[in-house]
Design a protein around this ligand. Sequence first.
Ligand code: GUN
Length: 294
Amino acid sequence: MILLDGKVAAQAVKNNLKSQVESFTLQGYRPPKLAAILVGNNGASETYVASKVKNCAEIGFESLLIRLDSNVSETNLLQTIEQLNRDNEVDGILVQLPLPKHISEQKVIEAIHPAKDVDGFHPVNAGKLVQGLPGFIPATPYGIMLLLEHFHIQTKGKHAVVVGRSNIVGRPMSILLSSNIPFGNCTVTIAHSHTINLKEICLQADILVAALGKPAFVTANMVKEGAIVIDVGITRVADTTAKKGFRIKGDVAFEEVAPKTAAITPVPGGVGLMTIAGLLTNTLQAYLNNQQAK
Ligand code: GUN
C-alpha cells in the first residue's frame, strides 16, 4: 500500500511555484497577490484562512486578509469584493465559505470577477471546466489531480466512483476524472445521498473518492482489493484527549480500509494540503493572465 502523502506532494508543487515567483521578482515584476475575505469567526474557517495566508508567504506571494464582522451586510461584502475586483495589484480573490445565513453565497460567488476567481466557484469557471476550456478549477479537485500526477497514478480507462456531488468537490471532481486530460479519462460514477446500493457501487471502484463529509463512512466492506482511495473528509470530531478538544476525521475508516488498497490518502496530511497547492497554483495562473492583460 502506498500512502499518498499530501505533505510531500504539496511541498513539491509549492517548491515549483516558489521558484517561478523568484524568477519573476528577480526580473523586477511584483509578486502574485491573493486577497482572502473571512466573515465572522467560524473556527474551521479561521484555521483554513490562516493556513492559506501562511502558505502564500512561504512561496513569496503577497496576501491580504480582510476580516469582516459576522453581522456585516451583504451589500457591504459585495462592495468589498467590487473594490478587490478593481484593484489591479490583486490577482486572486477568495471568500471563505460558509457565510452567515443572511448573506447569499451564490450572490457572493457571482460577484467575484471570473478572472480573479481562484476558488473556481463562479458559474463561468464551472462552465469552462465542463467544456474543457481553460479557467479556474476548484482547489480541492485540482489538488487531487496534482496528487494523482505527483504519484503517477494511472487513471486512463479506470472506473472512478465519486461519492458526493457538491459544487466545491464532488461535481468538479467527476468532470475532471472523466475529461480527456492527463490523469483523467476514467469512466465515472457519481454517487450521492439518494444512491441505492452505494456499497455495491463503491465495490466496483478502481478509484474511490469519498467527499460526503461523514466521518469513517467508507468501511472495508465497501472497497475493492487494490483500489486507490482518496479521502476528502475533514470533519472535526470532539475528542477530550486531543489538545484542541477535537480531531480531524476523514470519510474513510482508514485503519480497516488501508490494508485493502493499492494507495490511500491519510487524514490529516492528505487532500487538505493539496487544496492549498491547488489554490496557490490557480493564483499564480491568475497573476500570469493579469500580467499578460496589461
Ligand atoms: N469552504 C470549504 N472549502 C472551501 C474552499 O475551497 N474555498 C472557500 N473559499 N471556502 C471553502
